[in-house]
Design a protein around this ligand. Sequence first.
Ligand code: MEV
Length: 301
Amino acid sequence: MSGFGRGKVILLGEHAVVYGVPALAAGLDRGVIAEARPAAVAALACAPWGTDDPLGADTELGRAFTAVVEAHPRAPLPSLRVEADVALPAGAGLGCSAALGVAVVRALDEAVGHEATDAEVAERSLAWERVFHGNPSGLDNTMAAHGGVACYVRGGRLERLDVRRRLRLVVGDSGEPSSTRAMVESVARQRARDEARFDKTLAAIAALVQNGRLAIEAGDTHALGQLMDLNQHLLSAWMLSTTALEDMIGAARAAGAKGAKLTGAGGGGCMIALVESAEVGARVAGAIAALGFAAFETEVG
Ligand code: MEV
């Protein structure tokens, strides 16, 4: 009985989405596969981390697992052991925890014969995300359940975009672990210090997202790349970028990317670069690898 949850990248609008600004995101092909089987002890085991958390364990994974088991529409559930195969780096901005939550919810559903829509799965996995992130916008778990290229607004509103040309991205991983909770709290402190100024940045990001949506629908990668660069400046102003991310972004632009930015919470984790062709993609991935960072190419849409 297996369930899949996908990873995601945010093309435009991370953090602002926590405050109600729409964000543009894309589901990845890679993610987490989970299987649930009847067992004497209900537990969640995650490869490749070697974790094994029984139901009720006072660990983050244990609390998250307990939250989705206890809130299951068929609760109380039989005793199930869930084994998850995680094929995403954790704390890297690619939505690993949400992909895991969605995979676990789907594995539980399959094991007890409960059919759920993607929207229901996304909604139930928000309880999982809250354990890890405190104040999640719901973007990660929604994208983990639905995939595609979409515009997301806090509260669960997802609109699939009509993508004129598939988007080719290079993802570079700084290898620096990033805490979404800590980054979201840091942005909240900046908001508390000067709300009027913060609102101006939110309005600027909202404009970038609106134009980004038009660019995606028109197949205008040049415009989308420029918007990603502008978003990166605003994210840096919120002190979310790092030297490693800046180095990768600079190398990607120099190697011919149309635009590049951090993706997800920042403070480490991954960046994305938009490229026009497989040839430029290979050049950009090579430039990132030459700096000593891992990179992979993906197409979305
Ligand atoms: C994390 O992938 C995205 C953030 O905007 C947080 C959230 O939306 O909950 C930083």
